[in-house]
Design a protein around this ligand. Structure first.
Ligand code: NAI
Length: 303
């Protein structure tokens, strides 16, 4: 069973993608009870078309998530005009604490995936609030950045997106670190296929791609929903996928007591392994800067 807390734009789109993968029954929880019920009903009516025979329920009652193997938290606010990032962080921090307490009560053995932004900080709060071991609490961020990085590389080269492999680490935000040296097209390093200028443009596009969508349509939906489904599939089908996820570090990469995006193996137990890359000095510095940005914001938490 998979539970999704927050049946808004991303939560409902992710639920539908998860149903398409036929990963199990889905429970949608939202304080807006009618919204959760309505989304579930709509999806139930689509189920024959996507050949989903399981259950899909919408509710505001947390006891319904009992026994969930995966719980995905996408409850919270997006940034409203005039609202600072710090204000948003503090509002969402309060929501995450309330939600995670309920999750820990009713689904104490679950793998807990955090999506609410700012995701690295929310993952850290969820880790502290839940009391879960660190392998069972992680955030969705870098895998989405990577998807965007891959899309722009493929577009520039006019090749299949499927053949592009890449990785982004660091904050899911402005200081993210797209790893150019690890990006390839069917094993060919992109540095052999693209000029420095083209690569600079792609990196820039990757960093600003999320805000560009938000500027145009108010929120991002399909890309985050798609990667949430990929991560859920990796866990429930024990796929051991190698992806970037916001992960609690305890000394890895020289970082302590922080959740930040690094490559991991994601499988049945959640984070099966943190992969420690050898970074060149420049990239290591960028990661340090990214970590500093997260820590500075965390210090401004008031809740
Ligand atoms: P939305 O506003 O459409 O949905 C949020 C839902 O959360 C609403 O239905 C609301 O009723 C519910 N909610 C609020 N407080 C709650 C509580 N205490 N308990 C249960 N439900 C509660 O927002 P959207 O677009 O779905 O985004 C949700 C969050 O996900 C935002 O923080 C957004 O920034 C984040 N996000 C993160 C991404 C990532 O890459 N990590 C990508 C896209 C969105």
């Amino acid at each position: 069973m998979i539970s999704i807390i927050g049946a808004g734009k991303v939560g409902s789109a992710a639920a539908f993608d998860i149903l398409r993968y036929r990963l199990g029954d889905v429970v949608l929880v939202d304080i807006a009870e009618d919204l959760a019920k309505g989304e579930a009903l709509d999806m139930m009516q689509a189920a024959p078309a996507i050949e989903f025979d399981g259950k899909i329920k919408g509710t505001n009652d947390y006891s319904q998530i009992r026994g969930s193997e995966v719980v995905i938290v996408i409850a919270g606010l997006g940034r409203k005009p005039g609202m600072t990032r710090i204000e948003l962080m503090n509002k969402n921090a309060g929501i995450i604490k309330t939600v995670v307490r309920e999750v820990a009560k009713y689904a104490p053995d679950c793998k807990l995936m955090i999506v609410t932004n700012p995701v690295d900080i929310m993952t850290y709060i969820a880790y502290k609030t839940s009391g879960f071991p660190r392998n069972r609490v992680f955030g969705m961020g870098n895998i989405l950045d990577t998807l965007r990085f891959r899309s722009y590389i493929a577009q520039e080269l006019n090749v299949s997106r499927e053949d592009v492999r890449a990785l982004v680490i660091g904050e899911h935000g402005d200081t993210m670190v797209p790893l150019v040296q690890y990006a390839s097209v069917s094993g060919i390093p992109i540095t052999q296929l693209l000029s420095k200028q083209q690569i600079r443009k792609i990196v820039q596009q990757t960093v600003t791609s999320g805000s560009e969508v938000i500027k145009l349509k108010g929120a991002t939906t399909y890309a985050p929903a798609a990667v949430i489904a990929i991560m859920t599939d990796a866990i429930l089908r024990a796929r051991n996928r190698v992806i970037g996820a916001s992960t609690i570090l305890q000394g890895e990469y020289g970082l302590e007591d922080i959740s930040i995006g690094v490559p991991v193996i994601l499988g049945k137990k959640g984070i099966e392994k943190i992969i420690q890359l050898k970074l060149n000095p420049q990239t290591q510095k960028q990661l340090q800067k990214s970590a500093q940005t997260i820590k500075q914001a965390t210090n401004q938490l008031t809740t």
